[in-house]
Design a protein around this ligand. Structure first.
Ligand SMILES: Cc1cc2nc3c(=O)[nH]c(=O)nc-3n(C[C@H](O)[C@H](O)[C@H](O)COP(=O)(O)OP(=O)(O)OC[C@H]3O[C@@H](n4cnc5c(N)ncnc54)[C@H](O)[C@@H]3O)c2cc1C
Length: 447
C-alpha cells in the first residue's frame, strides 16, 4: 500500500498502486481489483482526490507512455494514455505541431487531459481538450477494450471526457494537433485598474487573441478591487523573431530552476505578506507592452520551471477553487470577488478567464462564461464556511465548480451544477454494475 495525494497534498489515502506498462497488464490489474475497485492515475496534477482510491487499486498509467503514430499530413498524433503533454511538445514542436489545448502545467498525461476534459487559455477559440480528440481506446470493467468515437458511441464518449476516470481506463487516444510556424509566442501585456475595466477589456478584445488570461489581485480592496494584469498572445510568426531566434524557430528548450524550498515559514502565507507580493506583482507588470516574444514554457507554464512548487504551502497543503458562471452573471462575479477580497484570503495565484462555448461532455467543466481559479492554503481560518457560501452563489447563478480541482465540495451541491449527472450515473450503472471504477472523489461526491 502507498500513500497518495493530489497536487494540493491534502487528504492522503492508502492504495495498492499498479504500474502497468502494457494494456494486458492494465487489464489484469483491473480484473483483479477487489471490492474497493480501481481508478486510473496520470501525473496527479488534479488538486484533490480524483486520482486516489482508499483501500483499493490505483493504476499509475505513466508507464504506458509511447507515441504510437504521428500522421504529419493529417496533423494527428496517436499515443498511449500515460504520455505527458511535455513529452508530446518535445517531439511535436520541432515538427511544427502543437498540442491543441494545454493547461497551466505541461506535466499532465493524455489520459488525465481526457479524464478532466481540460481547458487552456484558448478556450474561447478552441474549446476544451475533448473537442480535438478523434478517438480513444477504453478499458472497461469487463476487461474488454473498446475503441470509442463521438460518432460510434456518443454516450460513452461524452461520459468519459470529463468523467474523472469513472467509466474505465483510457489506454490510447488520437488527437488533432495545431500547426505552428515557431515555438515562440507574441505576447501583449496590460494592466486593468479594477474589475469593471478588466471585464470590459476581456469582453471587447479577447477575440483578437488565440490565448488570453488575467492574473487578478484578490486582496485589493475599494477602488482597486479586481485590478489585474492581462496576458494575451498568439503563436509568433517567423517574421516577428530576431535573427538569432530565426535560426532555430521551432526549438523547445524550457528552463528549469532549482526545486522550491520544502517548507516556507508559515508567516509568509499571511494576507499582509501575500498583499505585498500582489502589490509588487501588479506594479512590476508593464502598463502596456505589445508583441513581446516569449518561450512557450514562459507563457503557458511558468510554474513548471520550479519543481515541486506545491510544497511551499507546507504540511497542510492547499486547494484550488475554480468555478464558472455565465457571462450575464457579472453581478454575481462581483459579489464573489468582493467576498473573497473581504475575507483577506491569502491567494497569490488567482486567474480570471472568459470561456467560449462549452463542449458536450456530461461532466465537462467549461461552459460559456467567466471562470475564476484561486489557490488557497488550507490553514486559512473560516475557509470551509467561505467556500460553502461561494458554492451556493455559484450554484444559484447556474454555474459549477471544477472537479479536477475540487477537494471539498458537498455532494448535495453537485446535481444543480452538472445537469447530466443522472445520465452519467445511469451509464455507469449499465457499463459497470459492480461499481469497479471508483475513487475517493467518486465516493465523496456520490458520483
Ligand atoms: C499548476 C497547475 C495548473 C493547472 N492548470 C489547469 C488549467 O489551466 N486547465 C485545466 O483544465 N486544468 C488545469 N490543471 C489541472 C490538470 O490539468 C488536471 O487535473 C489534469 O487532469 C491532470 O492530469 P494528470 O495526468 O495529472 O491526471 P491525474 O490528476 O492523475 O488524474 C485526473 C483525473 O483523470 C483520470 N485519469 C487519469 N488518467 C486516466 C486514464 N488513462 N484513463 C481514464 N482516466 C484517467 C483520473 O482518474 C482522475 O479522475 C492544472 C493543474 C496544475 C497542477
Amino acid at each position: 500500500m502507498e500513500s497518495l495525494t493530489g497536487w494540493g497534498r491534502t487528504a492522503p489515502t492508502l492504495a495498492r498502486v499498479e504500474r502497468p506498462t502494457t494494456v494486458e497488464e492494465a487489464t489484469l490489474a483491473v480484473l483483479a481489483a477487489g471490492p474497493r475497485g480501481a481508478v486510473a492515475r496520470g501525473l496527479a496534477r488534479s488538486y484533490g482526490d480524483a486520482a486516489q482510491n482508499a483501500g483499493g487499486r490505483v493504476l499509475d498509467m505513466t508507464g504506458l507512455s509511447r507515441i504510437l503514430d504521428i500522421d504529419l499530413p493529417a496533423g494527428t498524433v496517436t499515443a498511449e494514455a500515460g504520455v505527458s503533454l511535455h513529452q508530446l511538445m518535445k517531439v511535436l514542436l520541432p515538427l511544427g505541431w502543437f498540442v491543441p489545448v494545454t493547461p497551466g502545467t505541461r506535466y499532465v498525461t493524455l489520459g488525465g487531459a481526457i479524464g478532466s476534459d481540460i481547458h487552456g487559455k484558448n478556450h474561447h477559440v478552441s474549446g476544451s481538450f475533448s473537442r480535438h480528440v478523434s478517438s480513444f481506446d477504453l478499458l472497461t470493467a469487463d476487461g474488454s477494450v473498446r475503441t470509442v468515437t463521438r460518432e460510434s458511441d456518443s454516450d460513452l464518449f461524452h461520459a468519459t471526457v470529463g468523467g474523472m476516470g469513472l467509466t474505465g481506463v483510457v489506454t490510447t487516444a488520437t488527437v488533432r494537433l495545431l500547426p505552428v510556424r515557431t515555438s515562440l509566442m507574441s505576447v501583449d501585456t496590460e494592466r486593468a485598474a479594477d474589475l469593471d475595466e478588466l471585464l470590459a477589456r476581456l469582453t471587447t478584445t479577447d477575440h483578437r487573441y488565440r490565448y488570453s488570461v488575467a492574473w487578478i489581485d484578490l486582496l485589493a480592496k475599494g477602488g482597486s478591487m479586481g485590478r489585474a494584469v492581462l496576458t494575451r498572445g498568439d503563436h509568433a510568426e517567423p517574421g516577428q523573431l530576431s535573427p538569432a531566434q530565426r535560426r532555430d524557430p521551432l526549438a523547445f528548450r524550457p528552463a528549469t530552476l532549482p526545486a522550491a524550498p520544502r517548507l516556507l515559514p508559515g508567516g509568509l502565507l499571511r494576507p499582509v505578506t501575500v498583499g505585498l507580493f500582489n502589490e509588487l506583482w501588479y506594479r512590476r507588470a508593464p502598463r502596456e507592452r505589445r508583441g513581446e516574444i516569449q518561450k512557450i514554457s514562459t507563457f503557458f507554464h511558468p510554474l513548471d520551471g520550479v519543481p515541486e512548487w506545491n510544497r511551499v504551502y507546507g504540511r497542510n497543503g492547499f486547494l484550488q477553487y475554480q468555478f464558472v458562471i455565465g457571462l450575464d452573471q457579472e453581478r454575481t462575479l462581483r459579489r464573489i470577488v468582493e467576498r473573497i477580497s473581504r475575507s483577506q484570503c491569502p491567494s497569490f495565484l488567482a486567474v480570471l478567464k472568459r470561456f467560449g462555448q462549452g463542449d458536450p461532455g456530461w461532466l465537462s467543466f467549461p461552459a460559456e462564461g467567466w471562470t475564476l481559479a484561486l489557490d488557497i492554503p488550507t490553514g486559512m481560518p473560516g475557509l470551509g464556511g467561505l467556500l460553502n457560501e461561494l458554492d451556493d452563489e455559484v450554484a444559484g447563478a447556474g454555474g459549477r465548480v471544477y472537479l479536477a480541482k475540487d477537494s471539498r465540495l458537498r455532494p448535495e451541491s453537485l446535481a444543480g451544477m452538472y445537469p447530466r449527472l443522472d445520465d452519467f450515473r445511469r451509464l455507469r450503472a449499465e457499463l459497470d454494475p459492480a461499481g469497479l471504477f471508483t475513487s475517493d472523489l467518486a465516493r465523496r461526491l456520490r458520483l
